[in-house]
Design a protein around this ligand. Structure first.
Ligand code: NOJ
Ligand code: CA
Length: 595
């Protein structure tokens, strides 16, 4: 399986024993976040603009294409759209290498198209969230062109430049730090005789966040887009803004045999203690929050790309005084990557009890990792992406954890129809550069970036017929597409619509506290949602391929009632008469209101 940006540490992390309820002192459960806003309990939909809808027949998705699909997103129940970067860019990292933060890449449209998208989305109560890439720019950005022009250029210090070191008379990079995308993180610049640091591609030099001019330039960028009407920002690679000034080597990551781990790029994997999650990040988050909070009368949300492996580190991202991110992404639940009931229970409960009552942002999918069908592969052991049994059943379980938890829910385009990860099968077809460097171990991220499947017609309705599309349409589009699923009552799309509607309109599912139930059950994950007015809903997800029968006794939760009214259940499952006997199909889901 490919898992591109997930640190090994997070995947293998061991967590302390679960408290299923909050302790009497310390953590709090089910309270409104201390600084609530429109984003609480909201549904945020990530769009990879290249791949959503092409409106002008060039084979690349664009802003007008997105605008033309807003009615669809409104019907689904989306509150905000996060657009991955649409700024002018050489597109080495498909937009994450920005050469001008103030404009729109002509491939995606114009500033007028952007304004129209913001205005049309607003009419439908949908906010537009921009991706803000603060860690690095493109090597073609005028700031970097100046910086690399001479050692005395005023912008020299805007990036991270260092001398090399002499080893046996040979010049080498300052230390062994590695790029996330393979090989040394230092690139030699012959003209000025120094190395520059790049955590990602060579064409993405890191900015020097110790320089106040860099900070102010970026806060100005944020203010500009707020004036243009955006509802918030998703902060790319936010934990990597600072590097340890000592510049000393990292330790090597050791495998179970005590030997250094060799990664997909053939390098000995190094730790990231000196390049990730340094404490200075919090100063920047507080400054950025102040800049964005005061930039307009509207409430602007800051979302963080925060691959953190402890709940304590995640909590810190909200700020001691709730003055940093409103929504750091919780990757600890969605990226467990195997159907382990105990682990899901523990991590969901940690999010409920370990964030000072602030709300977690759960996420299972994005443009950097295989789609949710990776759970199917793990659960079944051998199946290839998307073609094993129980695809739809597993999708319903994932959607239930995502939308029936007390959280802000972040989903990725195509999740709602069950699009499957479709990685390239030949190296010559790969578009994502890491898939070329890392082939065949690392096939890159093309598999999760394929075009949205709108219908069973030519090009799946993504582009105009006969056009060369930037990534091929997966063969599964004939069966998995919006038009077909709109007609099919038991489709994945209808499951998403129904469960999102419950999240919005059922008082317990909207923001009620979340209490884990039957906590010694290894097969079924179940929980109670309870609103402050006493409304209660029970949720049960079968994490196994065998049928299971559940019985709930909620007296310890102050609930005497045993009658239950079904809100949503897997297709074909029997109607239960009471909480005493709820039958679940393989990977079956039951959601019922207690009466
Ligand atoms: C995280 C983004 O999600 C990913 O797509 C990108 O390659 C890196 N950050 C570098 O910007
Ligand atoms: Ca286009």
């Amino acid at each position: 399986m490919i898992t591109v940006l997930m640190p090994a540490l997070l995947l293998g992390a061991s967590f302390p024993a679960a408290t299923q309820r909050a302790p009497a002192t310390g953590g709090q459960t089910g309270q409104a976040a201390s600084n609530p806003g429109w984003w609480n309990n909201a549904v945020i939909y990530e769009i990879y603009p290249r791949s959503f809808q092409d409106s002008n027949g060039d084979g690349i998705g664009d802003l007008n294409g997105i605008t033309s699909r807003l009615d669809y997103l409104q019907k689904l129940g989306v509150d905000a759209i996060w657009l991955t970067p649409i700024y002018p860019s050489p597109q080495v990292d498909f937009g994450y290498d920005i050469s001008d933060y103030d404009s729109i890449d002509p491939r995606y449209g114009t500033l007028d198209d952007f304004s129209r998208l913001v205005a049309e989305a607003k009419k439908r109560n949908i906010g537009i969230i921009m991706d803000l890439v603060l860690n690095h720019t493109s090597d073609q950005h005028p700031w970097f062109l100046e910086s690399r022009s001479s050692r005395t250029n005023p912008k020299r210090d805007w990036y991270v430049w260092r001398d090399g070191k002499r080893v046996n008379g040979k010049l080498e990079p300052p230390n062994n730090w590695e790029s996330v995308f393979g090989h040394s993180a230092w690139q030699w610049d012959a003209k000025t005789g120094q190395y520059y640091y790049h955590r990602f591609y060579i064409q993405q030099p890191d900015l020097n966040w110790n320089n106040p001019q860099v900070r102010n330039a970026m806060y100005d960028v944020a203010r500009l887009w707020i004036r243009r009407g955006v509802a918030g920002f998703r902060l790319d690679a936010i934990t990597s803004l600072f590097e340890d000034p000592s510049d000393t080597d990292e330790a090597y990551v050791l495998g179970p045999d005590g030997k250094p781990v060799i990664n997909a790029y053939g390098d000995k994997e190094v730790m990231t203690n000196k390049t990730d999650n340094l404490p200075e990040v919090h100063d920047v988050l507080r400054e950025l929050r102040r800049a964005t909070d005061t930039a307009s009368g509207r409430r602007v949300v800051l979302i963080g790309e925060t691959y953190l492996d402890s709940i304590g580190d995640l909590r810190k991202m909200y700020g001691v005084n709730n003055d940093e991110l409103q929504l750091p992404m919780d990757m600890q639940v969605g990226f467990i990557n195997k159907f382990d009931v105990g682990l899901f229970r523990r991590r969901i409960n940690q999010a409920e009890t370990g964030l000072n009552g602030d709300e977690p942002l759960f996420v299972f999918d994005n443009h950097d990792n295989p789609r949710w069908d990776r759970y199917q592969t793990d659960a079944q052991g051998t199946a290839d992406f998307g073609d094993g049994p129980h695809h739809d059943e597993i999708g319903r379980v994932i959607a239930t954890v995502l939308f029936a938890s007390r959280d802000t829910a972040m989903m990725y385009y195509g999740d709602e129809i069950g699009m499957v990860t479709t990685p390239p099968t030949r190296k010559e077809d790969v578009r994502d550069p890491i898939g070329i460097t890392g082939w065949p171990k690392e096939k890159g991220r093309d598999g999760e970036r394929t075009p949205m499947q709108w219908n069973a017609g030519p090009d799946a309705g993504f582009s105009s017929a006969g056009v060369k599309i930037w990534l091929p349409i997966p063969a599964s589009y004939k069966r998995i597409n919006v038009a077909a699923e709109e007609r099919e009552p038991d489709s994945m799309l209808h499951w998403y619509e129904q469960i999102i509607a419950l999240k919005k309109h059922d008082p317990a599912l909207h923001d009620g506290e979340e209490i884990m139930l039957n906590t010694s059950d290894d097969h079924v994950l179940s929980w109670l949602r309870k609103s402050s007015h006493g409304e209660a809903v029970v949720v049960a997800c079968n994490f196994t391929a065998e049928p299971r029968t559940m019985s709930f006794n909620l007296r310890a939760e102050g609930i005497q009632e045993e009658r239950v009214k079904t809100l949503l259940k897997s297709p074909g499952a029997p109607e239960p008469r009471s909480l005493d006997r709820i039958e679940l199909e393989p990977y079956g889901v039951y959601i019922g209101q207690i009466r």
